[in-house]
Design a protein around this ligand. Structure first.
Ligand code: ADP
Ligand code: MG
Length: 522
């Protein structure tokens, strides 16, 4: 598609536009007779949408909204930046004849609309970022529900919505309804009773805590098998924006923070590609059952997460400040940890190290007990996506029974921290599990044993910012890939968090269910 436009402001500079399946080429024609031309190519993968509208005279305007990666002056790396391109279309009008003038005005608008439609179609096809992951496009025939927690982070979520999100959704022509949460568990209650057929996706603008409510609200429903297929999206508006940072990391782009991360996630949201998302089923000793998408933490990291609440006004820096405070008053946490390693990665089975009578003894020692249909089930079957209607924790046995024989029981019982990661990031700048993916079917289990010095622990946390902490070869830091785990804390009192939210303290176990939810990601 080719056409001649002028600049939108003065109408004096002529541009020759040429739209292909993958890019828009803009040639600036400085003088019609001259051969000197400036040419710019704009990648349609960076285009969110396009509009046509009438001008004040007989002309029409074509606007296209691009968010290309650009290096910022004095910035770290490239970040997405909004670029609005406006062109004026003014086919000659006959000044003497009003009827002709109307015709020209209409034909200008029709031509601009034809270009806008072509932009929409071509840029929708250019989704990019697929990286071998299977995505499916969500349909926007019904709108998105956008849940905003006005209290998240430093209380800036509504300003982020008004400053960026609303505009991006409008530019991408995605209908949406804004829902402002009023209290804790409000989002959970809303999705628990919502008519999900009315929504193409449920999106949150907050920290990870609000998505935790949404996921558990969907899983609370009678029709949870269907409900959990509703695509969920995340826009970073809180102080803990780990999933948003992970989603950005999965696109293989350079790390970004704050509003740059919001623009990146907003862009991916508007492109509307979904990937599968693992859910981790969590069982607590009270019988409570939760679903997690991010992380389970005990010890140092869980304490930092909860203690940092008091520094909420300083945003994401709250974690840094609390980390320094905790390192100064370093604690050892006693407990028992066991996990089911992924196939072929079994470590020495430390059954002998377990205390007699402990539920972390392996099943080997108790002849007649058969775990929930688990004896024959090899964890190899976990390599494909789990079927939602069979969401049974078949790798877990009741918490008061010993873990199955094929589990590894960790010998050490003195820890500084245990963190089970289900995504790559634990915070915007904490790349704890660099190889993790949203649907890898894995629990990335890290633990730090007692005896680590304060300076080494500090170095590990600093290295986590770039995901290089495992390169140190620190003997106190252990990394295992697992399908299930059990933790029995012995020290009291203490804190366990799931997706950054505090849960009851006591024995806890978890199993991954691969790809049972849907995440809007790139
Ligand atoms: P942050 O990363 O800043 O902690 P979250 O999204 O994790 O942001 O939200 C923190 C908590 O705020 C969640 O537990 C959520 O239930 C709760 N919450 C949601 N809406 C409100 C509200 N309007 N007022 C107070 N708390 C809320
Ligand atoms: Mg994962």
């Amino acid at each position: 598609m080719h056409g001649l436009f002028t600049d939108a402001e003065t109408g004096r500079v002529t541009y020759a536009l040429s739209l292909s399946d993958s890019c828009l080429t803009v040639q600036r024609i400085t003088s019609p007779a001259s051969s000197s031309r400036d040419t710019e190519r704009l990648d349609l993968r960076d285009c969110l949408g396009s509009r046509a509208h009438r001008g004040e005279d007989h002309s029409a305007y074509l606007c296209a909204y691009f968010y290309p990666y650009r290096r910022r002056w004095m910035g770290w790396g490239p970040v997405r930046q909004r670029e609005e391109r406006r062109f004026r279309l003014a086919l000659d009008a006959n000044d003497d004849n009003d009827d002709d003038d109307d015709d020209v005005r209409d034909s200008n608008l029709r031509e601009a609309e034809r270009w806008a439609r072509a932009f929409q179609n071509n840029s929708a096809r250019c989704t990019g970022h697929t990286h071998g992951v299977l995505f499916s496009e969500i349909r926007h025939s019904c709108g998105m529900m956008v849940l905003v927690n006005p209290q998240s982070g430093r209380g800036q979520a509504m300003a982020l919505y008004n400053g960026h999100v609303q505009r991006m959704l409008t530019e991408a022509d995605i209908p949406h309804t804004l829902v402002i949460t009023e209290r804790q568990n409000h989002a959970r209650d809303i999705v628990r009773s919502a008519d999900l057929t009315q929504w193409s996706a449920v999106v949150i603008l907050s920290g990870d805590g609000l998505l935790f409510e949404v996921v558990n609200g969907l899983m609370d429903r009678e029709d949870w098998e269907k409900a959990i297929q509703t695509p969920v999206g995340i826009l970073p508006g809180g102080s803990g924006n780990a999933l948003a940072a992970s989603v950005h990391h999965y696109t293989r782009a350079s790390p970004v923070w704050g509003e740059d991360l919001l623009l990146s996630c907003g862009f991916l949201l508007c492109k509307g590609l979904t990937s599968k998302l693992d859910l981790i089923s969590i069982q607590l000793s009270s019988g409570l059952h939760l679903f997690s998408f991010l992380a389970l933490a005990w010890g140092f990291i869980a304490d930092v997460d909860i203690e940092s609440e008091q520094f909420r006004q300083i945003g994401a820096y709250r974690f840094l400040l609390s980390t320094l405070v905790r390192i100064a008053s370093l604690r050892i946490y006693q407990g028992k940890l066991a996990y089911l390693p992924v196939e072929g990665e079994s470590e020495s089975k430390a059954a002998s190290s377990t205390t007699p009578g402990s539920s972390l003894q392996t099943q080997q020692t108790l002849d007649n007990q058969t775990p929930n249909n688990c004896t024959e089930c090899s964890n190899a079957e976990q390599t494909s996506t789990d079927s939602v209607d069979q969401l049974v924790d078949h790798l877990l046995v009741p918490l008061d029974q010993p873990v199955p024989q094929e589990w590894t029981v960790v010998e050490e019982q003195d820890f500084v921290l245990v963190i089970a990661m289900f995504q790559s990031h634990l915070g915007e700048d904490l790349l704890v599990a660099p190889d993790a993916r949203a649907d890898d079917g894995l629990i990335h289990l890290f633990y730090v044993t007692a005896g680590i010095s304060r300076p080494t622990l500090l170095r590990l946390f600093r290295a986590m910012q770039s995901g290089t902490h495992l390169d140190f070869g620190c003997p106190h830091l252990v990394y295992r890939r697992a399908r299930a785990l059990r933790l029995e804390p012995l020290s009291r009192p203490g804190v366990i968090t799931v997706d950054g939210e505090q849960v009851e303290y006591g024995p806890i176990q978890a199993q991954v269910h691969r790809g049972v939810a849907r995440l809007i990601a790139g």
